[in-house]
Design a protein. Structure first.
Ligand code: OAD
Length: 270
């Protein structure tokens, strides 16, 4: 691993602009499940069933017992998860001007919690609500997030909810305040910003994503076609591995701090 980390560090140190694309693997060491691993979310919930119910909120109504279980899992995992060494390393890369945009598919808010500021959350975030009426957004603290989930569990447990609207709070405008996460069939967030960032990048650092969900998965390919360098960090080969100039086969929590150390060394020796 040492040699590939050094090679990756040299590319980062030499680059004009660097963009990262992250997925669930970056949060695995914070205790959050990935989607496609053996114990992943899609091994426990059938994505076709969730899609057929019109998304997660519809699934909760259609399967209230499973729904309450799902909500307890979300509350316990997302309500307690803290940034890990991978999130902190990416924030540090930004602070030393070696990361200029961080595009993530994760909805856990952990990149921002670790101190990254230029974050594009393509699949939204649990840490914000958006009104389906006026489009207004409000930030959601961790305490509020947990309280909201507990309220949803209580409402589901009453078996008096027959429509997703009954699970959600209302905005002063009368619209429904939904978690600001991208559901099945929804447009992703920040695609223009993400594309612009990738189009300006000399290096794209891909970390902890299987690279099967579009349009996020198309971004490294777009960069590669322009001649940008693609560096992948993942313990396993992914759909994006054939595009990668450098593949680091390790966990994000080990590889990213090692990469930051190496970038600092390389940077100080030129
Ligand atoms: P996946 O579950 O598809 O992929 C997770 C990747 O992380 C895999 O390549 C794992 O090998 C890797 N991985 C596991 N542990 C790791 C670790 N400690 N360090 C680094 N990598 C590790 O998750 P995503 O690619 O993020 O979309 O999934 C993309 C989208 O699919 C999600 O955002 C979600 C889902 O449907 C929506 O909900 C809209």
């Amino acid at each position: 691993m040492h040699a590939t980390i050094e090679a990756a560090a040299r590319r980062l140190a030499d680059a004009g602009r660097v963009v990262a694309l992250t997925g669930a693997g970056v949060s695995a060491e914070s205790g959050l499940d990935t989607f496609r691993g053996a114990d992943g979310i899609w091994a426990r919930f059938d994505p076709d069933e969730v899609a057929a119910a019109g998304g997660w909120l519809g699934y909760l109504i259609a399967r209230p017992w499973d729904g309450m279980e799902l909500l307890r899992g979300i509350r316990d995992a997302f309500g307690t998860a803290e940034p890990n060494d991978a999130h902190r390393a990416l924030a540090e890369l930004e602070s030393i001007d070696r990361l200029h945009a961080l595009i993530t598919q994760n909805i856990d808010g952990l990149h921002r919690a670790a101190g990254s500021t230029h974050v594009i959350e393509m699949h939204g975030t649990f840490r914000r609500k958006r009104c389906s009426g006026c489009g207004g957004c409000e930030d959601v603290s961790r305490e509020r997030f947990v309280a909201d989930i507990d309220a949803m569990i209580a409402r589901l447990g009453s078996f008096l909810v027959h429509h997703p609207a009954h699970l959600l709070d209302r905005c002063p405008c009368g619209g429904l305040l939904r978690p600001d996460i991208v559901g099945f069939g929804d447009a992703v967030h920040g695609l223009v910003e993400a594309t612009e960032a990738v189009d300006a990048a000399d290096v794209v650092l891909v970390c902890g994503t299987s690279g099967v969900v579009y349009p996020a998965a198309s971004l490294p390919e777009r960069a590669r076609e322009r001649g940008a360098v693609v560096i992948e960090i993942d313990p396993l080969p992914t759909e994006l591995t054939p595009l990668a100039d450098i593949s680091v086969r390790d966990s994000a929590g080990r590889a990213l701090p090692a990469l930051v150390d190496a970038v600092r060394r390389v940077g100080s020796s030129v």
